[in-house]
Write a protein that binds this ligand. Structure first.
Ligand code: ZN
Ligand code: ZN
Length: 306
């Protein structure tokens, strides 16, 4: 089935124009529809059985998956917004009045972006171009999540370094101080959030600290005030298979005398006040232990006691 193959190759959603451009005739499209290989999502828009709910929703509205919803599909940091963000191109087919429902059939919120893209790149029929998606996302997200989105998009190669620089130059003024603090050290958006929050709180935070051991060196996500290691478990990055080696690493780091705290998505996104209090307490304790080991007085004065 050529029509099905083309629909699949385009990401499981295709328009009549896309199929025509690839040499599929109207008769072949009709045959594919009749045999059930593809289904009509809306006039001039087709999906195969592999299309997911977001793709079907976008196709049904002649819209493209956009903004945080587009970057999320590639694992790029997208904050906590659960709405489906869509862009309906100005030249969208389908005729009739533009329908912009506020929720989909399952009750999920729909958020529509303006029809005029910032960058002259069409993207796919069902999803905006990556550069456009990140541009939209940094406008929809609050400051810290927007910065985490930029770092994450670069880290995962969703956009190129040149595209990142372009976005940073054009980004709104509210993001410029955060842009100046950006690094290319974070494995996940969650790690970006923790690093920035702790630095703004006054801690010295070094990303990707190396701890030497007799068995080689171990990489730690973040090291706070040179005495407490933080391992950040980005929700989608640490599967059960990694847990074993994570435990091994914790044990080795502890064996070297450095405290380790392991933070989950929930600790950072929903329980930050408690998490921060725990980090502060742990760092204060670790500093006291370190100072005692170094032979310093523990009342805060740094002169040797002898
Ligand atoms: Zn398919
Ligand atoms: Zn948006």
């Amino acid at each position: 089935m050529r029509a099905l193959q083309i629909v699949c190759s385009l990401g499981h959603v295709a328009t009549t124009d896309e199929l025509f451009r690839r040499g599929i005739s109207a008769r072949e499209i009709r045959a594919a529809l009749q045999s059930g290989h593809i289904a009509r999502a809306a006039r001039g828009s087709y999906v195969c059985a592999h299309a997911d709910a977001e793709q079907r929703q976008a196709a049904a509205l002649h819209a493209q998956i956009a903004c945080v919803s587009a970057v999320h599909r590639f694992g790029v940091w997208s904050g906590v917004d659960s709405a489906l963000h869509l862009m309906r191109p100005a030249d969208a087919r389908g005729g009739g009045p533009i329908t912009r429902p506020s929720t989909d059939q399952s009750g999920r919120d729909l958020h529509f972006h303006g029809a005029t893209p910032r960058f002259a790149r069409p993207g796919q029929s069902w999803m905006v171009d990556p550069l456009e998606a990140v541009w939209q996302a940094i406008h929809c997200l609050d400051e810290e999540n927007a910065i985490a989105c930029l770092e994450s998009a670069r880290h995962l190669k969703f956009i190129t370094p040149t595209e990142l620089r372009r976005l940073c130059v054009l980004a709104p003024a509210r993001l410029q101080p955060g842009i100046r603090e950006m690094e290319d050290t974070a494995d996940s958006g969650l790690e970006t959030l923790v690093r920035r929050r702790l630095r703004h709180h006054g801690f010295t935070v070094v990303a990707q600290g190396q701890v030497g051991t007799f068995a080689g060196s171990i990489r730690e996500d973040l090291v706070v005030d040179d005495c407490v290691a933080l391992e950040i478990d980005g929700r989608q990055w640490h599967g059960a298979a990694r847990l074993g080696s994570d435990y091994d690493r914790d044990l080795m780091v502890e064996g070297l005398g450095r405290r380790t705290l392991r933070l989950s998505y929930r600790h950072v996104m929903f329980e930050w006040a408690t998490t921060l209090a725990t980090i502060e307490r742990t760092v204060a304790d670790a500093r006291r232990v370190r100072d005692r080991r170094r032979g310093r007085r523990i009342d805060g004065q740094n002169e040797p006691w002898w």
